[in-house]
Design a protein around this ligand. Structure first.
Ligand code: ATP
Ligand code: MG
Length: 471
């Protein structure tokens, strides 16, 4: 646990910063004047000092040199409402860690604290353990910038005891990320307990979470620990926290604050030391507005947020995931490894994956079954609903182009029907062929197979519409 001092006269701001620091499991001391701050610094050592520039009894920058002259000075973060280049220069020259505007996200501040503490650990020669940023996360596949950033957040937060809030659409990997955090934390030797909040029957929710005493209700033949107790020393993962009934939310808020609770039928409270990770694919802020979720609980649980991006926004990962899971599935089924036709990846790229990675894995399983002994995977091996979607979408693009063309026609003098017909046909053919070559990734054989055209006919049409064979 690190000690952090906040020298700041704005009480509200001080409270929210303290909340973040406490949420990370650190001790925090607040001073509302420079004099009190300096007194606190002379009485003990602190690891980090948040120092406001404009204090009622002076300017924070004026005492910076004095603070850093201490034999064991803290790292100083200068905070201010009004940043000026001159002050920034003074702060950095005098030795502050950074000079920042007071508006910052919880993630920014949490990462800043993690980095500073890591630096101090190294400075004092405490090299115990592996550096967090280099932890190995081979279970989380993907090298797109956004998933790399997620891995970086996982590595950074894993070694702290901070609560973590994971958001993202269904199937993006929230549970995978939660278990990676646990696996790389100091709690890894103890339980990772998942509570699926969608599957908690309303009448049993308290006994499942808190446990119960023998005989406390019909059917309670012996006492049983609840999930919260089972997570003692480890991690409690609340999946789909938005589904937690309102009544349980208030008792749960107490559990998070006190880490103690009373099992059903018990006289006394019991303790559980768990690290909390929650996940949701619902908009909890909106639920708060609708009165379906407690705002104080939301404030507590989302101290450090990891947003897992949808698969359609990280197309580089689609290919890596497809290769990874195809390899894994082939081994699992004991079948020969498959290769991939370029059009297969093209089709994967063109689809929007509303079910994200989970849907991709199912699609690959289906493709392997459909391909049977064939050595390579083609787009035709993908599940029918995906192929229908792809075809519809490419037709949709053609249709909308046709509508635009028709609107143009309508604005001019009326033409002969056969001229309109041949223009529309030419327009549709051109759009179709452009799309075809893109989906087939300029592979003539694949384009023939998809379109049903002969090679000669395809070349004639490509020439006619001057369509490039390379994209
Ligand atoms: N980056 C990834 N690398 C490898 N596998 C992944 C990745 N992301 C997700 N998966 C796999 O995809 C499947 C779905 O992931 P997970 O259950 O973690 O998603 P989720 O976000 O919790 O979904 P839901 O909201 O529906 O509960 C799992 O089999 C998981 O292992
Ligand atoms: Mg999940």
């Amino acid at each position: 646990m690190a000690a952090i001092l906040i020298v700041e006269d704005d009480e509200k701001y001080c409270d929210s910063l303290s909340g973040i620091v406490r949420g990370m499991g650190h001790e925090v001391v607040c001073a509302d004047s420079l004099t009190r701050g300096l007194r606190a610094l002379s009485s003990r050592t602190f690891d980090i000092l948040f120092l406001e520039v404009q204090m009622p009894d002076g300017n924070g920058l004026d005492v910076l040199s004095e603070i850093l002259a201490h034999p064991f000075p803290p790292e100083v973060i200068i905070i201010t409402d009004f940043r000026t280049p001159e002050d920034a220069k003074v702060a950095i020259e005098k030795g502050a860690w950074c000079y920042m505007k007071k508006e910052f996200s919880k993630n920014e501040i949490t990462l800043l604290i993690i980095n500073i503490l890591e630096y101090r650990k190294k400075k004092t020669g405490d090299h115990a353990g592996t550096p967090v940023a280099h932890a190995n996360f081979e279970g989380i596949v993907g090298s797109s910038p956004s998933i790399k950033f997620c891995k970086y957040l996982v590595a950074s937060v894993a070694k702290t005891d901070s609560n973590v809030f994971i958001t993202g659409e269904t199937g993006t990997g929230k549970e995978l990320i939660a278990s990676a955090i646990h696996a790389h934390s100091q709690r890894a030797q103890n339980n990772f307990v998942t509570v699926d909040c969608t599957a908690l029957p309303a009448e049993l929710v308290e006994s499942i979470l808190f446990g119960y005493e023998k005989g406390s209700f019909t059917g309670a033949e012996k006492s049983r620990d609840g999930l919260i107790k089972q997570a003692h020393g480890g991690t409690l993962f609340l999946d789909e926290v938005g589904e937690l009934p309102l009544g349980v939310q208030s008792s749960f808020l107490r559990v998070i604050q006190e880490h103690s609770f009373r099992p059903v039928g018990y006289q006394k409270e019991i303790q559980s030391d768990f690290r909390l990770i929650v996940a949701s694919n619902r908009d909890l802020e909106d639920m708060v507005r609708q009165g379906q979720f407690r705002d104080d609980l939301l404030f507590r649980i989302r101290s450090f947020t990891i947003e897992v991006p949808p698969l359609r926004k990280r197309s580089r990962d689609i290919r890596e995931l497809a290769e990874y899971y195809t390899f894994k599935l082939c081994r699992q089924y004991g079948i020969e490894q498959k290769t991939f036709a370029p059009e297969f990846f093209h089709a994967l790229d063109a689809y929007t994956w509303p079910g994200n990675v989970r849907e991709l894995i199912h699609a690959l399983e289906n493709a392997l079954i459909a391909a049977q002994q064939e050595p390579a995977l083609f787009a035709k091996h993908l599940p029918t609903y995906i192929r229908i979607w792809l075809t519809r979408t490419s037709l949709g693009a053609v249709e909308s182009a046709d509508k635009a063309a028709a609107a143009l026609e309508a604005s001019g003098p009326l033409l002969k029907l056969k001229d309109v017909r041949s223009r529309a046909l030419a327009h549709t053919e051109e759009k179709y062929l452009t799309n075809l070559m893109r989906v087939a990734n300029s592979d003539i054989a694949a384009a023939c197979r998809i379109s049903g055209l002969s090679r000669t006919r395809l070349y004639v049409l490509l020439k006619k519409y001057r369509i490039a064979t390379h994209f």
